[in-house]
Design a protein around this ligand. Structure first.
Ligand code: AMP
Ligand code: MG
Length: 492
């Protein structure tokens, strides 16, 4: 098999070596290809000898390449430098356990970072081992592909390779390497790094580079830094509204985990909410609830202020003026967010954007209050409203019956029908999300039986979450006793 699989053209290398360190992956003992994302292989236009697809027997060569034991032709591996605010505190970070193999140009001329995660130490590893556990990489694969299925911008997962080596965490675990694909790994924290440690010239270069890569229509803007801030803000509003639509809690919205292109990434302690609770937190390290469900928009806004702060030196020579200009852009956030969030929630109950009267807004608020009081399932409640057939549990309450009548009256008043509402809602309300108890169940089945059958059938269901497919019912039920003490851990 030829090693010429990716069409690498790594523009990041042209930025110069203050932006990254050249470093090769550290070979692992016995790499074995466990998962390969066939749909993504196609989308990226990769020529991979996939062996016998049906029996999932993959070419051993591919395992060597996707573990970093051998390099793909054209690869110039590097670890990128970045900083970031973690839980509010500034730190120098960088790719401590990830290595960029290169930027691949797809047949549609789209540029993608191809990165190995868990591929060994880099100059930015500090005390870390540069490795990742199999469980965490399978979890990232599953949830990132679920997010993609939900139609939410996200990093993708191309492959998981087991390393044949152990990783030492709270307990000894199997090691693995994930191949992560993103439009880029440029983060808010990347700008914080350049602004804090490099020169003003570097900041200008990096801003122009990023605009050309992600917001090419803005490269001729009279104020590139301000244009970048505004575009990132718009993408973040869109992204967070989508998270709120499906009940996703990222869990660790540090500025180094916030992508400039507006993709969800860094799937550490993330989880989906079952019963509606705006204060919901799953991450075991987020003891103050900084990254709770309902805090996500204000944290995104705060992170954008860190981006603004990093860009200040090049927004205007006069720093007072620069602050004023940056504030003007940052102040767009609250209204834009409220507008988009309201439109999304309106659509979740069947109202189109231009029908959002105060009465509809009040209707949404009343529903959310009731859902919170009753810990109503965030996904299934909207499906109940959508189906119109109410048969059990909290949905037989008089509040809910009256709420449905009010909604129907408002729809009629606005010249819409239940059928039209349903059609709109079906695009917003997934039938399926990766519920925590199922995520754990399928991960356990891989750990304990070494068998991917359950994992793969869950993954397949999650890839089309808006379509009623056979066998999805079992995945739709919330956990019997709620989320209880379900917690997600970071040290992965
Ligand atoms: P995260 O919490 O995943 O956003 O990571 C924060 C920082 O810690 C980044 O610089 C990571 O590269 C680094 N890091 C996380 N885990 C490890 C590890 N096992 N070895 C080395 N660096 C790590
Ligand atoms: Mg990170």
């Amino acid at each position: 098999m030829s090693n010429h699989i990716f069409n690498f053209n790594t523009s990041y290398a042209s930025l110069g070596n203050s932006f990254f360190e050249l470093v090769n992956p550290t070979p692992v003992k016995t790499p074995q290809l466990l998962l390969l994302n066939q749909a993504l292989v196609k989308e990226l236009g990769l020529q991979m000898n996939q062996g016998d697809e049906r029996n999932e027997i993959f070419s051993p060569e591919l395992a060597l390449l996707l573990s970093g034991n051998k390099l793909f032709e054209g690869s110039e591996p590097m670890a990128q430098a970045y900083a970031g605010h973690q839980f509010g505190y500034f730190n120098m970070l960088g790719d401590g356990r990830a290595i960029l193999l290169g930027e691949h140009i797809s047949p549609k001329q789209k540029r993608f970072d191809i990165q190995l995660k868990g591929s060994g130490p880099t100059p930015y590893s500090r005390r870390g081992d540069g490795r990742a556990t199999l469980r965490a990489m399978l979890r990232e694969y599953l949830i990132s592909e679920a997010m993609h299925g939900l139609g939410i911008p996200t990093s993708r997962s191309l492959a998981v390779v087991t390393t044949g080596e152990k990783v030492f965490r709270e307990e000894i675990q199997d090691g693995a390497i994930l191949t992560r694909v993103m439009q880029s790994h440029i983060r808010v924290g990347s700008f914080e790094y350049v602004s804090h440690y490099l020169t003003k010239e570097d900041l200008i270069t990096y801003t122009n580079y990023t605009l050309a890569r992600h917001y090419p229509t803005e490269v001729t803007s009279p104020n590139p830094a301000l244009a970048l801030l505004k575009q990132v803000l718009i993408q973040q509003v869109y992204l967070i509204v989508n998270w709120m639509r499906v009940g996703f809690i990222h869990g660790v919205m540090n500025t180094d985990n916030m992508s400039i292109a507006g993709e969800t990434f860094d799937y550490g302690p993330c989880a989906f909410m079952n019963g509606y609770d705006p204060a919901k937190v799953f991450s075991s390290i987020d003891t103050n609830g900084r990254y709770a469900f309902a805090n996500q928009p204000s944290i995104a806004h705060w992170n954008l202020s860190c981006l603004a702060n990093a860009l200040l030196p090049i927004i205007d020579e006069d720093q007072t003026k620069a602050i004023e200009l940056a504030k003007e852009v940052l102040n767009l956030f609250p209204n834009l967010y409220t507008e988009e969030y309201t439109a999304m929630m309106g659509a979740k109950i069947g109202f189109v954007k231009d029908q959002l009267s105060d009465e509809v807004v009040a209707l949404i608020k009343a529903l959310l209050n009731w859902m919170k009081e009753n810990q109503a399932d965030y996904t299934n409640t909207f499906l109940q409203i959508q189906s119109g057939i109410i048969s059990e549990g909290i949905y037989t309450s008089s509040f809910f019956a009256e709420w449905l009548l009010k909604r129907e009256a408002l729809l009629t008043k606005q010249g819409s029908s239940l059928t039209q509402a349903k059609a709109l809602m079906q695009l917003q309300n997934p039938l399926l999300i990766p519920r925590n108890h199922w995520v754990e169940t399928v991960l356990d089945s891989v750990s304990f039986t070494n068998d991917l059958t359950q994992f793969n059938s869950f993954l397949t269901a999650l890839q089309s979450p808006y379509i009623q497919t056979p066998n999805i019912e079992k995945y739709q039920a919330p956990p019997e006793n709620g989320d209880g003490f379900y917690a997600t851990y970071c040290g992965t």
